[in-house]
Design a protein around this ligand. Structure first.
Ligand code: ADP
Length: 360
């Protein structure tokens, strides 16, 4: 349906202008959206074909407009679309395009049958590659299950210790302090997870850095180590900062170092020393964080900075985590114009190296 052409002749100029401005808004939106947007007329010929539809199918709008939709589909699957009830609802279906070279592209689509009064007036089809749609679905499911598990673990501990405190009013002072400090630590863990989740949404919106300053790494590490959960009798943290300064958003640099140091402690279950050594080199602040932990097998190294990626092994199965830490580290360091690298030897330990540009 071409909105411009179907306006009755007696409609006032203002309304016509308004409708035409909606039409251009609609066209601008269909150019912007990442899903393919295709409109078919009542005879199932293509009347709209946006840029994403070109990218998905390999056919240009010029080549498609006015053509029967059936000609682009594998195994004449048009009937699935013709059978969509005219109820104004977007129905989810799957079908396949045949690209100009004869290859199939499976898609997941939402199709709405359009109506003009009592008459059927074509279809609006939005679609994306089925593989991409399935990846998004899987990511969503992984996200929900990881986050629920990570939220439930500290909550279960908080609940158990609070119940014990309530049911045993006569507990001695030492036990009370011990139980309350578990509740306190687990609350911090929950808070950190929620902060990470909020930060991930800001990473996606490209709004991570609030301010840039140049300040001493010692000041930053004081905050990081002060808030880190670790037992000083099991792990030692050695700092060799050599008076180095670092440029960037201090809160985000704290996040980066917290995640790397937290991992260094978590993945060194038998105890050991974590060394932080910093230097200035070629206009960059370079910070090495070295641990003596379980290490990371070579095949996992290219993946550990991916969102939600966790190494699944006997050694890591008892260690809690959301798989967001190194994703955030990588995104935040890049937002500062820097780089993060890792070297690791299974059974010996890992070294994460941050290289951040010096900005006065
Ligand atoms: P998690 O929340 O699982 O710790 P991260 O994104 O921080 O997630 O890390 C991703 C994975 O990389 C971890 O699950 C772990 O297997 C591995 N990893 C990260 N840091 C270390 C380290 N210092 N030593 C060994 N393995 C590590």
């Amino acid at each position: 349906m071409d909105i411009g052409r179907t306006i009755p002749a007696d409609v006032g100029g203002d309304l016509l202008a308004e409708v035409l401005s909606y039409k251009s808004l609609y066209e601008a939106l269909s150019r912007l959206v990442q899903d393919a947007v295709i409109q078919l007329d009542a005879a199932a010929r293509i009347v709209r074909w946006n840029l994403a539809a070109e990218a998905l199918t390999g056919y240009s709008a010029q080549r498609c407009l006015g053509k029967p939709f059936r000609e682009l589909l594998a195994n004449n699957q048009l009937q699935i679309i013709l059978d969509i009830p005219c109820d104004g609802v977007a129905h989810e279906i799957r079908f396949s395009f045949l690209d100009p070279a004869g290859f199939r592209t499976d898609v997941r689509a939402y199709v709405t049958a359009l109506r003009n009064g009592e008459e059927s007036d074509g279809w609006l089809v939005t679609c994306m590659s089925a593989r991409h749609a399935d990846e998004i679905e899987q990511l969503k499911n992984e996200f929900v299950s990881t986050v629920s598990h990570e939220l439930k673990t500290p909550l279960a501990a908080i609940k158990a210790y609070c119940s014990t405190l309530l049911l045993n009013p006569g507990l001695d002072e030492e036990a009370r302090v011990e139980y309350l400090s578990v509740v306190d630590q687990q609350t911090d863990r929950l808070n950190r997870l929620i902060d990470d989740l909020l930060l991930v949404t800001r990473v996606e919106a490209g709004q991570m850095l609030k301010r840039r300053v140049r300040l001493s790494l010692d000041t930053i590490l004081e905050r990081v180590v002060g808030d880190l959960l670790y037992d000083g009798s099991v792990h030692r943290i050695e700092l060799e900062t050599n008076g180095v300064k670092v440029s960037g958003d201090p809160d985000r640099i704290v996040d980066v170092l917290t995640h790397i140091l937290d991992n260094a402690i978590k993945y060194t279950p038998g105890g050991g020393t974590v060394r932080v050594a910093a230097r200035e080199q070629d206009g960059h602040t370079v910070i090495d964080i070295r641990d003596e932990g379980i290490g990371i097998h070579e095949e996992h190294l290219p993946l550990i900075f991916d969102r939600f990626y966790r190494v699944d092994s006997e050694l890591t199965s008892n260690v809690g985590g959301s798989g967001l830490g190194l994703f955030l580290v990588h995104s935040l360091v890049r937002a500062h114009g820097g780089k993060v690298d890792v070297r690791s030897e299974p059974g010996k330990g890992s070294t994460f190296t941050l290289k951040m540009p010096v900005r006065e």
